[in-house]
Ligand binder design. Structure first.
Ligand SMILES: [Zn+2]
Ligand SMILES: [Zn+2]
Length: 367
């Protein structure tokens, strides 16, 4: 065991460097995680491209960390119900656990939070806040979830995307037995939504994607999607018409709109929902104003819900799904990289590496 810890540091957009930091000393209230794997997602891609969050000091990315507790203080062990040697997933949000938002289940909005895993600058002690490192610091108010250590690490590292799928589909969308679910967008989270909908007993599951998503739509089908649609290029599907055909005019009980930046799918989502149906919006549009027929919401008595990330309940249910081994989720994992290839991992997920078709990508500091 050395006193220095290697980490990938994003020093500027498009620039990643390997650096070493002193190994933090563990006190009674905190801990140290030996990172096994860290999932990469679309927000890592956007942040690496410099499209998200504006200029920022150097930081260690990696907000979907998974690892083994290497060291833990006595009080921390009691508070988290874990001990050294346990495998845990750590949430990005480090809430205060005392304010009104924290105490009423909205801890993601905690106004007192000072740190975030994979977000906080290396200038903030003890620097090792992100998952793209050999070891990650666990703060006294970090949120931990224990996980079966016998699952392959790349599979266990899918908890975040799957957690979003579970939260948006089941907890916000309320998908239940026999429901028709339409998922607009075939990223990790769209595929996670298909898995969640299938696990919740949905009747018919429909997912849309782009021509370049063919491999993702194929995996979605293996996980239980009944219909896939390609919405761009020659022969692009008319989503509303296809949903009408598939459902014999009844339309979807729940629609999830997960497409990044595109405005059209928001209207499609409303048009594809049945009377009294639910539309969950989770595809960010870069703060653009987008045209919307509010009459549709009124006349169809729709429930429209905004979905911000994933929460503890979503994580817990996603981890249970992973541990059940009920779905061949390993088919979603396409690439594993070592720490030195952290930038390549992000570029691969972002589709910037010719010839590579990625779905789930993870960085394994031990590789
Ligand atoms: Zn993420
Ligand atoms: Zn709080």
């Amino acid at each position: 065991m050395t006193d220095m810890v290697r980490a990938a540091v994003q020093v500027a957009p498009g620039e990643m460097e390997l650096r070493e930091f002193p190994r933090p000393k563990t006190g009674p209230d905190d801990g140290l995680l030996r990172v096994e794997a860290n999932g990469i997602c679309g927000s890592d891609v956007e942040t690496f491209r410099g499209h998200m969050g504006g200029p920022r000091p150097a930081f260690i990315p990696g907000h979907e960390p998974l690892g083994i507790i290497e060291e833990i203080g006595d009080r921390a062990a009691e508070r988290w119900g874990v001990q050294a040697g346990d495998r845990v997933a750590v949430e990005v949000i480090v809430p205060c656990r005392a304010c009104d938002d924290c105490l009423t289940g909205r801890y993601q909005f905690c106004p007192n939070r000072k740190y975030g895993h994979g977000v906080t600058s290396t200038e903030t002690a003890p620097a090792l806040w992100g998952g793209l490192a050999e070891y990650m610091y666990i703060s006294p108010t970090s949120v931990l979830h224990k996980m079966d250590a016998s699952l392959p690490a790349e599979l266990a590292a899918m908890y975040n995307g799957l957690g979003a799928g579970v939260r948006w589909t089941c907890h916000l969308g309320g998908v239940g037995l026999g429901d028709t679910v339409l998922v607009l967008g075939a990223g990790q989270r769209g595929i996670g939504a298909v898995v969640a909908a299938r696990a919740a007993g949905a009747g018919t599951i429909i997912i849309t994607g782009l021509q370049s998503d063919a491999h993702k739509l194929a995996v979605a089908t293996e996980f239980g999607a009944d219909h896939t649609m390609v919405v761009d290029g020659e022969g692009a599907a008319d989503v509303v018409k296809r949903v009408e055909e598939i459902t014999s005019g009844r339309m979807a009980d729940v629609v999830l709109e997960l497409t990044p930046m595109a405005a059209g799918p928001v209207t499609d989502a409303m048009l594809c929902a049945r009377r009294g149906g639910t539309v969950v919006l989770a595809g960010l549009k870069g703060h653009k104003e987008i045209p919307l027929q509010t009459d549709l919401i009124i006349n169809r008595a729709l429930t429209v819900r905004g979905a911000f990330g994933v929460d503890s309940r979503g994580m817990t249910d996603a981890i249970a799904l992973l541990e059940s081994r009920r779905f061949p989720l390993e088919k979603m994992h396409t690439h594993s990289f070592g720490l030195a290839d952290a930038a390549l991992a992000i570029q691969t997920l972002g589709g910037d590496v010719p010839g590579e078709k990625a779905i789930h990508v993870s960085v394994h500091p031990g590789l």
